[in-house]
Design a binder for this molecule. Structure first.
Ligand SMILES: NC(=O)c1ccc[n+]([C@@H]2O[C@H](COP(=O)([O-])OP(=O)(O)OC[C@H]3O[C@@H](n4cnc5c(N)ncnc54)[C@H](O)[C@@H]3O)[C@@H](O)[C@H]2O)c1
Ligand SMILES: [Zn+2]
Length: 402
């Protein structure tokens, strides 16, 4: 891409950065601490990759009991949602804990699309339980809830808004050590097992916000593709589009060295720092997997190859966007999703209206011409599979969770 048009793109992204509502869940503008001096005008010169340890393999969940034993855990909190508590992923974890003599308590009241109220309920459970380790079995809703429970139980005198992103919360840096958290993702979408982010709806303001700190990253993510065989098609489709958006948006985010201001202390460098050469690798690879396997994964629940690859893609994209951030598609979906009050998402086994975000795939495909792609390979070869992917969903809007 010509230098002049690249500068224009960067200018536009910076304008958006300034004008945007501080979309706390995905904007790369927020910081976990209010520490930037307004007099500092220089752009950043560094980026930092933070990621959980990851173990991937069909059936790897059965190792969780041994992991907890190796950590010396004596009193474990197992978090999940009600739907999953009846499904094999949770059963496999419980069997492993029993087999390895791990004492545990189950919290199955995770709310799908968590709120501050549901976070607080999980936090209270965690504080009362004095747990020395956590296992989260589920999608982003469960893993995020467990991160919050671990954080506030490890910091018993903190108030809820202390760690919530500014401007809604105080965005305090996390200084207390947390307990180990093992995340077992059962959807192929959020990549939450890799990120230091926990997202919830702040009910009184009707906004989605979150907690963002490298400190709340899970200690270990057990990526077991066997769990994806239980996922209903619509969950595969929605969470798969989340992967697509994470990868594409993080790849095209404002480059880290164009983000300002430069933090005066590394603890104030935001989790979402802008695109960077390492995140790019994860994002591009996730895009290739999505292009090849998403349709197959949605259409055929028994296609283990496709579902396994989408599970991996979610992790790839999580590592990318967890450090680079995402932008317009996610940001624009927040106000739209705020208007969706009664929609019941198909295949989502929940007893409350599901507030989801809508990604307009036409906007998506027409507007997202990733400028970096132009530098590394022809747009046609990369975008063609994505275009055909999008066209298979033209009959209805695409709903994604985040
Ligand atoms: N922390 C992050 O980095 C991050 C990133 C993106 C989104 N999010 C958040 O994650 C949440 C969405 O998470 P999600 O999309 O993973 O889904 P989810 O956790 O909300 O679960 C969606 C539904 O699928 C069901 N389900 C999950 N796995 C299943 C399986 N294997 N078999 C059968 N049913 C299954 C659940 O019971 C639930 O009904 C949102 O709150 C979103 O804001 C977090
Ligand atoms: Zn998302």
């Amino acid at each position: 891409m010509a230098a002049a048009s690249r500068a224009r793109v960067a200018h536009l992204l910076r304008q958006l950065q300034r004008a945007a509502c501080k979309c706390p869940a995905h904007s790369h503008t927020y910081s976990q601490a209010p520490g930037f001096s307004s007099s500092e005008k220089t752009t950043d010169y560094a980026f930092e990759m933070a990621v959980s340890n990851i173990r991937y393999g069909a059936g790897v969940t059965k190792e969780v009991g041994m992991d907890l034993q190796n950590m010396g855990a004596k009193n474990v909190c197992l978090m999940t949602d009600k739907n999953l508590s009846r499904l094999p992923p949770v059963q496999v974890v419980m069997d492993s804990l029993v087999k390895n003599g791990i004492n545990f308590k189950v919290y199955e009241d995770v709310r799908v699309e968590p709120t501050d109220t549901s976070f607080k309920d999980a936090i209270e459970f965690a504080r009362k339980g004095s747990f020395d380790a956590y296992v989260a079995v589920g999608g982003g809703s469960t893993i995020d809830t467990c991160k919050a429970a671990n954080l506030y139980a490890s910091s018993p005198h903190s108030e809820f808004l202390d760690y919530v992103n500014t401007p809604i919360g105080k965005g305090k840096p996390v200084s207390e050590p947390l307990k180990p958290l093992i995340a077992v993702p059962t959807t192929s979408g959020t990549g939450s097992e890799t990120t230091g982010v926990a997202i919830f709806d702040y009910e009184c303001l009707k906004v989605k916000t979150g907690i963002a700190s490298r400190a709340i990253k899970p200690t270990l993510g057990l990526i077991d593709p066997l769990h994806t065989l239980h996922m209903p098609s619509q969950v595969v489709a929605n969470s798969g589009f989340d992967v697509l958006c994470h990868a594409l948006e993080s790849y095209t985010a404002l480059p880290y060295h164009m983000r300002s201001p430069c933090p005066s202390n590394p603890i104030t460098r935001p989790a979402y720092q802008g695109s960077n050469p390492i995140s790019d690798i994860w994002a591009v690879h996730a895009l290739r997997i999505v292009a090849k396997y998403l349709k197959r994964a949605v259409r055929n629940p028994d296609d283990l190859e496709a579902r396994s690859n989408m599970h991996l893609a979610s992790t790839f994209a999580g590592i990318g966007f967890g450090n680079a951030g995402v932008h317009l598609c996610h940001g624009m979906s927040y106000p739209i999703s705020g208007l969706v009050k009664t929609y019941k998402a198909k295949d989502y086994n929940v007893d409350h209206p599901l507030v989801v975000k809508i990604i307009n795939k036409n906007y998506f495909i027409k507007s997202y011409i990733p400028h970096n792609f132009l530098e590394v390979e022809s747009r046609a070869s990369c975008m063609q599979p994505l275009r055909s992917l999008s066209l298979s969903y033209t009959s209805q809007p695409i709903f994604v969770n985040s």
